[in-house]
Design a protein around this ligand. Structure first.
Ligand code: MEV
Length: 307
């Protein structure tokens, strides 16, 4: 057993395919430059978890990983520090699940098997979201830019200019990802539902995005894909009024924006992925509207041993 185990896992954005990925459509995801850190040290007595956010998911991750490892892991001091804001569509729970499992694997000296860590992280995500696609935990675990569909991962390389993206915050969603996914599920089940058609359209846009990311030829094409994607997510009923207003204002400035996670309707819808040929226009916009923003790096490293 090591004296200290410190690992980190990144947050994520979904460039295209949120919600539709739950129904078997492809998604294009990227790990981002915001990380969650889990540190484990020996504790005199029992388990102590220290975090800025509620610790239920971390406790559940500990229970599941203990069960899997078949070891009595006790007397732990677990410190969680996160740069990934919660309920913003940035995959904070996936980063926590992946990093907790990774840190515990390190603590007991288990082989650093990312596929196994990812599988276990998915079972933990199920507690949080009931019906996760597995995309969020996979991109947090393996990192980079990836196409994900029905559990299958394809790593992508891109020539895209990521400097042209920023994330702006439309506010914290008060609904959980599980609630948002369940809401789409109810619409899907409703008689005469148009949801299947919307999900199919989202799937087609994602496939075009994946092609575009391989070889982006012109700005207008991506801009148009982002806007179409956003309109379909609005039709799906996962984007609140505040975020819709911000998207329209960004479009008026010549840019495009979309939510990049589960969304939210009652208050905020999480962060918006914003794109502009001239990103300075977006930065000026955030200043004028006094909206928090993050500069974004895509394709970041996945689960990492920080020891
Ligand atoms: C949440 O980040 C993404 C969703 O598509 C749910 C999932 O893929 O499990 C809304």
């Amino acid at each position: 057993m090591v004296k200290k185990s410190l690992v980190s896992a990144p947050g994520k954005i979904i460039i295209s395919g949120e919600h539709s990925v739950v129904y078997g459509q492809p998604a294009l995801l990227s790990a981002i430059n915001k990380r969650l850190y889990v540190q484990i040290e020996e504790n005199n007595q029992g388990v102590r978890i220290m975090a800025d956010e509620p610790t239920e998911l971390a406790e559940y991750a500990l229970e599941k990983t203990r069960e899997f490892l078949g070891e009595r892991i006790n007397h732990l001091k677990i410190k969680i520090k996160s740069e990934v804001p919660v309920n913003r569509g940035l995959g904070s729970s996936a980063a926590l699940s992946v990093a907790m499992v990774g840190a515990l694997f390190r603590w007991v000296g288990r082989e650093w098997n990312k596929s196994l860590i990812n599988q276990l992280a998915l079972t933990i995500e199920k507690k949080q979201h009931q019906n996760p696609s597995g995309g969020d935990n996979s991109v947090s675990c393996f990192g980079g830019l990836m196409a994900f569909q029905q559990g299958k991962i394809r790593r992508l390389k891109t020539k895209f200019d990521f400097q042209k993206f920023i994330l702006i915050d439309s506010g914290q969603a008060i609904e959980s990802t599980g609630e948002m996914v369940a809401g789409v599920g109810r619409k899907f089940q409703a008689p005469n539902s148009k949801t299947q058609k919307i999900l199919d359209e989202l799937g087609k846009i994602t496939l075009r995005f994946i092609e575009e990311f391989k070889d982006p030829r012109h700005f207008d094409y991506s801009k148009c894909l982002i806007s179409k994607n956003q309109r379909l997510l609005e039709k799906l009923g996962v984007v609140g009024k505040k975020a819709q207003r911000l998207v329209r204002l960004i479009e008026e400035q010549g840019g495009a924006a979309k939510i990049c996670g589960a969304g939210g309707v009652k208050e905020g819808s999480g962060v918006l992925l914003c794109y502009h040929q001239n990103p300075k226009i977006l930065l000026d916009f955030t200043q004028k509207e006094q909206i928090p923003y993050f500069k974004l790096k895509l394709g970041e490293e996945g689960l990492r041993d920080e020891n």
